[in-house]
Write a protein that binds this ligand. Structure first.
Ligand code: AMP
Length: 192
């Protein structure tokens, strides 16, 4: 199993690079942001409860996210691995993920950290907002999401650095350049 976490602030290109990774390495993409947007479109109970946090740029409570993620993960059988995108975002989530994947004998292999400057993040999300239709891509909410990332999610880098799993990728290049760097890291992990 190849279990990869793609890590980075909002707007670093995690979704785009996940698409490239799943194509090449045949992994299952688990994006908590995408799952939540699906739940909101379906107007499910979870979706409606999550919307308040998402619209405000805050994190959805750990308990809700953890149940949602493991519920989705359990639907996939006989797979080569997962790419976790937008999860974990807190220490509680990271510890729960480790506990679960280790129990299943398939620990996290790599954490790919897409490193992008703060001004660039802001520019990219504002550009994306022109066609994303996302209610949380407005200037005020984006600023809030970046602050929430800095306080609640960024500290996880240290958690994975200590485990020796963190690989920093320069996220400032083109989509192709960033993916080439990702391929090098994954191929070297796989020994190919
Ligand atoms: P994303 O598409 O990953 O930027 O996620 C959009 C929004 O969904 C975030 O701003 C959070 O409100 C919520 N969200 C997504 N993933 C998580 C998570 N792992 N923990 C808590 N909230 C999340």
């Amino acid at each position: 199993m190849l279990n990869v976490i793609i890590f980075g602030a909002p707007g670093t290109g995690k979704g785009t690079q996940s698409e490239n990774i799943i194509k090449k390495y045949k992994l299952v993409h688990l994006s908590t942001g995408d799952i939540l947007r699906e739940e909101m479109r379906a107007e499910s109970q979870i979706g409606l409860a999550a919307k308040k946090f998402i619209d405000d740029g805050q994190l959805v409570p750990d308990g809700v996210i953890i149940d949602l993620l493991f519920d989705r993960a359990a639907k996939h059988k006989d797979i080569q691995g997962y790419i976790f995108d937008g999860f974990p975002r807190t220490t509680v989530q990271a510890e729960k993920l480790d506990e679960t994947v280790e129990r299943d004998g398939a620990p996290i292999s790599l954490v790919l950290y897409l490193d992008v400057s703060e001004e660039e993040l802001f520019k990219r999300i504002m550009y994306r907002s022109q066609h994303s239709g996302r209610c949380d891509d407005t200037a005020d909410v984006v600023r809030k999401r970046i602050e929430v990332y800095k306080h609640q999610t960024y500290p996880l880098l240290d958690y994975y650095r200590k485990q020796g799993k963190l690989k920093t990728i320069n996220g400032m290049g083109t989509i192709e350049e960033v993916f080439e760097e990702i391929e090098e890291v994954i191929d070297s992990y796989l020994g190919v």
